[in-house]
Design a protein around this ligand. Structure first.
Ligand SMILES: [Zn+2]
Length: 322
């Protein structure tokens, strides 16, 4: 364990009372329990105490992304194709188009930080970007290179080994909530971007309808200690402001994305690290299929929660001064 001095990692404000105690890792990789405290200034939820670097490294299972394990057999291949075509591809396509619409960028150099297998990154390439995937883990990067032909760099998000001022756009899709020091990662992004460059950051939001409805059963909370924080929009405004960016706009992510998160909160064993780790095991494939069907059933509830309480997954667009 390490202490963050009970300060918020977004706004540096003091952390108040615990909002979620005795949180257990839904994947059961981490054996101990965790506590989230709410920031008194921006309302973000932050683990206190923070896991140590060793605890964090040990908390990631071998398969973390849905597309990391090889597909064997016609049935597992069919289910994988259905899942990517009906679920992931619409979400990825939407986030790439959303980014183009907000930033006005049509091409240029893009660095996808924590991009893993590059599955989402290639939807940006289809729109005209020249893309590089950066990840701390070498295993998914091999897939990014071999399957999608994407240039890949193994490095920490805080230390991208690229020339200062060289990039037009840096994306962080569901990465910031994993970082004990997101300020360092955003500072590094700021230096790597050209003047007028953009950053796009997708995060789960503690302020949204999911956390209100499910409380400590929400899958984004039981993702602790891999999730060390869950920001509010105000926390994201602080994070961008403290690292030199101006928040230009923020929007909700695709409603299907939110429905999927809701589904895996109610059926954690259908989540990628469990159900996608061994595609040859029929029971796991069936669990994944059940998670998919539950996602469809929960879509209206996800929409209702968003309308009533605000988005539970948001994307924030910040810009470096010209
Ligand atoms: Zn704060």
């Amino acid at each position: 364990m390490s202490t963050n001095g009970s300060r918020c990692i977004y706004c540096n404000g003091p952390l108040g009372e615990p909002i979620f105690r005795d949180v257990r890792d839904r994947l059961r990789v981490s054996a101990r329990t965790w506590t989230f405290r709410r920031c008194r200034v921006c309302g973000s939820a932050v683990l206190d105490p923070m896991p140590s670097l060793e605890e964090l490294t040990a908390a990631y299972p071998e398969t973390y992304a849905f597309d990391q394990a090889p597909q064997t057999g016609w049935l597992s291949h069919l289910l994988y194709t259905l899942e990517t075509t009906l679920f992931y591809h619409p979400i990825y396509r939407h986030s790439a188009r959303q980014t183009v619409k907000v930033t006005g960028l049509r091409d240029g150099w893009l660095l996808d930080i924590g991009g893993g297998t590059g599955h989402r990154t290639r939807f940006f390439r289809m729109l005209g970007f020249r893309c590089i995937v950066l990840d701390v883990d070498r295993r998914p990067l091999r897939i990014a290179q071999a399957r999608f032909g994407l240039p890949a760099i193994q490095a920490l998000s805080e230390e991208p080994p690229l020339v200062c001022g060289s990039l037009d756009l840096i994306t962080f899709f569901y990465i910031v909530e994993h970082l004990p020091d997101p300020i360092r990662a955003l500072q590094a992004a700021y230096h790597t971007l050209r003047p007028g460059g953009w950053v796009a950051i997708a995060v789960p939001l503690i302020s949204g309808g999911h956390a209100r409805w499910l409380g400590s059963r929400w899958g984004q909370i039981t993702e602790a200690p891999r999730h060390v924080s869950l920001p509010t929009p105000e926390g994201m405004r602080w994070l961008l402001g403290r690292t030199g960016f101006r928040l230009q706009r923020w929007e909700a992510m695709h409603p299907l994305d939110e429905a999927g998160v809701l589904s895996l909160s109610l059926l954690p064993s259908a989540s990628s690290p469990i159900a996608c780790a061994a595609p040859e095991r029929m029971l796991l494939r069936m669990l994944r299929l059940a998670g998919g069907l539950l996602t469809l059933a929960l879509w209206p509830i996800a929409l209702l929660l968003r309308v009533r309480f605000g988005p539970s997954l948001g994307i924030f667009f910040g810009r470096k001064a010209e």
